[in-house]
Design a protein around this ligand. Structure first.
Ligand code: ADP
Ligand code: MG
Length: 700
């Protein structure tokens, strides 16, 4: 069969032509028939469902009306300049208003002509109006067998070229009949039958020109599945190829270092989840393949210990290991706690960060190269070109989303072999998102906290409660506990933020006067050394209150701190709030998190704060975050591009995603090179989509 027609330039399609083709290419990147076919509508209009003007209700989200324009006039001046038209149907009339694009709209509106109008009504006095409605001339030339009309995302330039949200749909009147004979199947019969899918060709036809609601349902189910399936196929294939092609260092020995730690130094019993993950990693170490594993676990679930114990396995096998942290404070903290864990054992741990002194640094470099150092802990300074290991075998990356892909890739060149890699996340991300963004990694999760932790109690206060808050803080301090007070830091205006912090500090100093109370301050503008001095004072219990910007966000571990006050909490994202809250509740005492905010909050902000008050579960919070903000805005997703989905939605279509992943895995297990005749069409389509999308974020 000849597929070439699908590659035809849209210029040659009747009803498009050179001018519109140019706009489609410039605005949407759509150049040929095939690309046009995968430009899917985002909603449908039921052309039999019209509202009457007199029936419009106050809480209607959007209405479709049909009527005549009976007057058009330009009103107001300057910023208030607007175009006002009156629409009339047999039950009444209402105003349509435009503030932008007035000139162009005017050319479209003709008195006494019939229009279809769609938009969200709002009440003005006792009449309704619609601002910036979608408006179309009633056309009779759309497929009349259907009452449903597809609506596409359009732009101003497209609209001006006649390709409005609905206008784009007319392209398919000529396109579909020409190509339908060459749209081939792209899944195998097993999958199609398993789900009772309609064919790929039918799905494409029905998504653009459905006859009824069931068509839309069937078409979108199938197309969503396809989209997830081919992404998963590619991610899983990358993982399998890597395993096949990249030899891993074999760590077969559990020796003195691991055993010495386990038998003599481990101060508590591991949780079952920690044991399970250590086992998974040990298993990877002995397959002879390179490990690429993602470890998710809530704040405080004990990921560091897993990192440490598996690093000791690397050491036992004669290899060096390194732990990379995103901030200096966190690296130092890891260094301190890991050194303490290893006291008395024959394991040489060193710290390398941006502020390591030159002389010291030279010695570190030399010791690293000669193999004297077993475990190197550090920040980005670790991946500088000068840093050379003797035999690096294992890399742990803590809080990964702060490391760029390139930075990670640099680690490859650090040893003679490609090291095993464990990526630990700072905050849980929803499983569906992990599947998509990190779908090419193996996945471990720590889903339980060490025993004996008391759930942190979280409250949301407005400023009116500040006096009560100070009273509560004093009570806790009298019991010997410590308090964090955190101010937001937003890059755009560090000086302003600093002022917030300084004002806050002054008011706290008045409320908590010396010498009875001691206060530490830490913020991003301070030198690393000064920050450290302040942190240490707080850690040693010499100060009662730590006033800080978000520099303390990750990892800071002071078990005696029981209150986390977050100022302007509405300015923080959910994952940040959760991270901050995780700084308390680390000891045996009951801990508290107080979210301070102004009285007036946006809907989204109050949802965030409600979520924080409701739950301590990082995975639940991540799900809520995903629902609130959508996948595009989640931390760590920007570089990925995998979430650039045409039709599927990782929040709403979670079930389809999971199924598609299972199926893709099963398929590649049975037919890793897609050589079975039954998979021929699937393979052709897969190679085509792969060629179209190449630069996905990769871990290593
Ligand atoms: P995170 O997963 O947030 O990095 P950490 O590794 O910092 O968590 O662990 C949080 C705290 O819990 C640390 O003080 C750590 O020593 C302690 N911890 C880790 N594992 C256990 C355990 N199995 N039992 C008790 N405490 C533990
Ligand atoms: Mg940690």
């Amino acid at each position: 069969m000849n597929n070439d027609i699908l590659k035809s330039d849209l210029t040659y399609l009747k009803g498009v032509g050179p001018k519109r083709a140019n706009v489609l290419a410039a605005e949407l990147g759509i150049r040929n028939y095939e690309q046009m076919l995968s430009y899917f509508p985002f909603r449908y209009i039921d052309r039999t469902q019209f509202h009457k003007i007199s029936d419009i209700q106050i809480n209607e989200t959007a209405v479709q009306l049909s009527g005549k324009i009976i007057s058009i006039e330009t009103l107001g001046k300057g910023r208030a300049l607007r175009l006002s038209a009156v629409l009339q149907d047999e039950t009444g009339s209402m105003e349509l208003v435009w503030f932008r694009g007035i000139k162009w709209i005017k050319t479209k509106l003709v008195i006494n002509k019939e229009y279809l109008v769609y938009g969200k009504p709002s009440k003005f006095g006792n009449k309704f109006n619609i601002t910036h409605p979608e408006i179309d001339i009633v056309q009779e030339d759309i497929k009349l067998s259907s009452k449903l009309q597809a609506v596409y995302n359009s732009t101003e330039k497209l609209s001006k070229a006649g390709l409005t949200g609905k206008g784009i749909g007319y392209v398919f009147n000529t396109l579909l009949p020409q190509v339908s004979a060459v749209i081939t199947e792209n899944l195998n019969t097993d999958i199609v039958e398993k789900y009772g899918f309609i064919s790929h060709k039918e799905a494409i036809e029905k998504i653009h020109q459905p006859i009824n609601y069931s068509d839309i349902q069937k078409a979108s189910n199938r197309l969503k599945y396809e989209e997830f399936f081919f992404i998963q196929l590619s991610l899983i294939e990358q993982n399998l190829i890597r395993k096949e092609q990249i030899p891993g260092i074999y760590f077969g020995v559990i020796g003195d270092k691991f055993n010495g730690f386990f038998n003599n130094n481990l101060p508590f019993t591991l949780t079952d989840a920690q044991k399970k993950v250590i086992k998974e990693i040990r298993n990877d170490f002995s397959t002879g393949k390179q490990m690429n594993r993602l470890l998710q676990g809530d704040v405080g679930s004990g990921k560091t210990l897993v990192a440490l114990m598996t690093m000791l396995i690397a050491n036992d096998n004669g290899y060096q290991a390194t732990l990379m942290a995103p901030t200096e404070i966190l690296a130092q903290q890891h260094f301190v706690s890991i050194s303490k864990f290893l006291e008395g054992l024959n394991v040489n741990v060193e710290l390398l960060t941006g502020s390591t002194k030159a002389a010291n640094r030279r010695k570190l470099h030399a010791d690293l190269e000669s193999g004297l150092i077993d475990i190197l802990i550090g920040t980005h300074a670790l991946i500088e070109d000068k840093v050379k290991f003797n035999n690096l075998g294992y890399v742990v990356i803590d809080e990964q989303h702060r490391f760029g892909v390139q930075q990670r890739a640099k680690l490859w060149s650090k040893g003679k072999y490609i090291p095993h890699i464990l990526v630990m996340t700072a905050t849980p991300i929803p499983r569906t998102m992990a599947m998509t963004i990190y779908g090419d990694l193996d996945y471990s999760v720590i889903d339980e906290l060490p025993p004996g932790r008391k759930p942190i109690q979280t409250y949301h206060y407005s400023d009116a409660k500040r006096i009560a808050l100070f009273g509560f803080m004093k009570k806790q301090i009298a019991l010997g506990r410590q308090v964090y007070i955190v101010y937001p830091l937003i890059n755009e205006s560090e000086t302003l933020d600093l002022k917030d912090l300084q004002d806050g500090y002054e008011s706290i100093s008045r409320g908590f006067p010396k010498p009875e109370y001691q206060i530490s301050v830490v913020h991003g503008k301070m030198k690393a050394k000064d920050k450290d001095i302040e942190m240490q004072r707080f850690k040693r219990g010499e100060t009662n209150i730590m006033v800080a910007t978000t520099v303390i966000e990750v990892g800071v571990d002071v078990a005696n701190a029981t209150i986390m006050v977050i100022e302007n909490a509405e300015r923080f994202g959910l994952s940040q709030l959760h991270q901050l809250r995780g700084r308390v509740g680390r000891g045996a005492e009951q801990s508290y998190c107080i979210l301070m905010s102004s009285y007036k909050l946006s809907n989204e902000a109050s949802m965030r704060l409600e979520t924080m008050v409701r739950t301590n579960d990082g995975f639940e919070i991540a799900e809520a975050d995903l629902k609130l903000r959508g996948p595009g805005d989640m931390e760590g997703t920007q570089q990925s591009g995998v979430l650039d989905l045409h039709i599927a939605d990782i929040v709403k279509d979670e079930a389809i995603l999971k199924q598609a992943r299972v199926d893709a895995l099963e398929l590649l297990e049975k037919d890793p090179k897609l050589e079975f005749p039954a998979n021929e069409l699937l393979k052709i389509y897969y190679l085509k989509t792969k060629a179209a999308k190449t630069n996905w974020g990769r871990i290593s």
